[in-house]
Structure formats: structure tokens, C-alpha cells
Design a protein around this ligand. Structure first.
Ligand SMILES: Cc1cc2nc3c(=O)[nH]c(=O)nc-3n(C[C@H](O)[C@H](O)[C@H](O)COP(=O)(O)OP(=O)(O)OC[C@H]3O[C@@H](n4cnc5c(N)ncnc54)[C@H](O)[C@@H]3O)c2cc1C
Length: 251
């Protein structure tokens, strides 16, 4: 497998989060908001290491953008382990470097799943935020007719991404878009909400923001850790959200 694309832009969002823009040499780069694609770089022995990454941009943004959190920092990175981890290699890459990107984006996790919903919960842990950011960019119009709550849970406040943009969206649509960032192990200086996304689901703040309880017209998307998805779906089922309306993607 050879390189078929170029990293055209790298935005350093903070010391461990980057947004990579990747341009295919040729082929069809189309995708639906919420889908993911495989990306790959070769290690120092020439083996291509590929991983799945959600596309954080909207189709109208042009080349695909990816929001990637460095998984192994130098202090825990062990270069002798095989197969190698991709994120440390990716974080050494520079603008203009060659990369592999699967031309075909895949995944069923798109806005279509909640067609006709009255209320939608987007529930993310960590980089699980990526498909929701893509969906909101591509389908901002949905916020004129549908109430959407975005819950983003991270460990440390450095793990948040796109917070200013999402807060601005909440100000633009004060009756329909509600953003709940929450950190489970933040620094002492952190003044935001502390806990997990499941804490927010249990405390009634979403229903208060929506102005009504959950019901048959409520859909929820979960993207992130299996434990969060298991706990979160059980909570929403107890609160009356039909099981068929719960959509899941493990990252
Ligand atoms: C559908 C989907 C969408 C995703 N979207 C995103 C996204 O938008 N953004 C994002 O950041 N991630 C996303 N992910 C996660 C992503 O695919 C990678 O799993 C993640 O970036 C970590 O990859 P990695 O290779 O660095 O680490 P790992 O996948 O954890 O690497 C595993 C390999 O690293 C080796 N290893 C283990 N410990 C060490 C160590 N200490 N030092 C060195 N090597 C070690 C092991 O041999 C192991 O084989 C998504 C995953 C899925 C399934």
C-alpha cells in the first residue's frame, strides 16, 4: 500500500490535539457528515500503520479534516512495541508530507439515522466529538427546527476541542442548541462542570433546557468509549427513549 494523499495543513489546537487536513491525489473524496476514513503512515521499518478517524469537517469544507488526539506521549511511548502506534508518528508529520487516506469514507453514523426527530442528544467522550462537529457544520439548518444537546466528556480540560465554536453556536441558537462540556479529572484551576456525560444525563439539565421530557421523538447518538455507551444508553432507556432511537459508534 502506497501513499495517495498529502497533509496540506496542520493546526496545533494544543500540545496534544491537532487538526490535520488531508488532500487525495485523485479519486472521489466525497463523504457524508459523520463518516470516518482510514489514514496511514509508514513506521521506520516501512510498515504502513492505518487507523480509523472520523471526519470532523463538512463535505462543503473541501478536503477532509481530522481532529486527532495524541495517544502516546513521549513519556509513555515505547518504540519497541509492535505493531506500532500511529499517533506519535502522525504527530511528527509536517505540512506537505505524504500520507495514505482511504478514498472511500465509511460509516452509518450520519444525521439520516435521526430523521424526523424532535430532540437529539449527541453524546461524546474524547475524540468522539469529531462526527458531531462534522454533522453540526453540515446540517446547521437542523437547529432551526430541532432541539439538540451536545454532551462532551473528557478527562482533562486540555482534551476539549472546538469549544469556542460550539459555545458560539449555542449563543446563536439559544432555544435549540445546548452544549454541555464536562471534565472528569480537570486541573485545580478548572471552573467548568466536573463529572462525566452520564452525570449530565441523570441530573435533568437536558430536559430543563429542552423544556420537556424525553420521549418517542427523542434520538441519541453515542460516540466514544464502550463503557460510556453502555451506561449512557441504559440511562436514556430508563428515561423513556426508545432503544431503536439510540445510535452507537465505539471509538
Ligand atoms: C470509527 C472510529 C473513529 C475514530 N475517530 C477518531 C478521531 O476522530 N480522532 C482520534 O484521535 N481517534 C479516533 N479513533 C481512534 C483511532 O482510530 C486510534 O485508535 C487512536 O488514534 C489511537 O491510535 P494509535 O495507533 O496511536 O494507538 P493504538 O491504536 O492504541 O495503538 C495500538 C498499538 O500501539 C502499541 N502500543 C501500545 N502501548 C504502546 C506504548 N506505550 N508505546 C508505543 N506503542 C504502544 C501496541 O502494540 C498496539 O498494537 C477512531 C476509532 C474508530 C474505530
Amino acid at each position: 500500500m502506497e501513499y495517495n494523499a498529502t497533509i496540506t495543513k496542520i493546526v496545533e489546537m494544543n500540545h496534544k490535539i491537532r487538526e490535520f487536513t488531508v488532500k487525495l491525489d485523485a479519486g472521489d473524496p466525497t463523504f457524508e457528515a459523520g463518516q470516518f476514513a482510514l489514514i496511514g503512515l509508514k513506521d521506520d521499518e516501512g510498515n504502513m500503520i492505518r487507523r480509523a478517524y472520523s471526519i470532523v469537517s463538512a463535505p462543503g469544507d473541501g478536503d477532509r479534516h481530522f481532529y486527532i488526539i495524541l495517544k502516546y506521549t513521549p513519556d509513555v511511548f515505547d518504540a519497541t512495541k509492535t505493531p506500532k502506534a500511529l499517533t506519535p508518528i502522525l504527530f511528527n508529520a509536517k505540512e506537505g508530507d505524504r500520507i495514505f487516506m482511504a478514498p472511500r469514507a465509511v460509516g452509518h453514523f450520519t444525521p439520516k439515522l435521526a430523521k424526523g426527530a424532535k430532540q437529539i442528544l449527541y453524546v461524546a467522550t474524547g475524540t468522539g466529538l469529531a462526527p458531531f462537529r462534522g454533522m453540526l457544520r453540515a446540517h446547521e439548518d437542523l437547529l432551526k427546527t430541532t432541539k439538540i444537546a451536545l454532551l462532551h466528556g473528557v478527562r482533562h480540560e486540555d482534551d476539549f476541542g472546538y469549544t469556542d465554536e460550539l459555545q458560539a453556536l449555542a449563543q446563536k441558537y439559544p432555544k435549540n442548541f445546548f452544549f454541555f462540556p464536562i471534565a472528569s479529572s480537570p486541573s485545580q484551576d478548572y471552573t467548568g462542570s466536573k463529572g462525566r456525560v452520564t452525570t449530565i444525563m441523570k441530573d435533568g439539565d437536558i430536559q430543563a433546557a429542552f423544556g420537556e421530557d424525553f420521549g418517542l421523538g427523542t434520538h441519541a447518538y453515542f460516540c466514544g468509549s464502550p463503557a460510556m455507551i453502555k451506561d449512557g444508553t441504559a440511562i436514556l432507556e430508563d428515561l423513556g427513549v426508545p432503544t431503536d432511537n439510540l445510535h452507537k459508534e465505539v471509538q
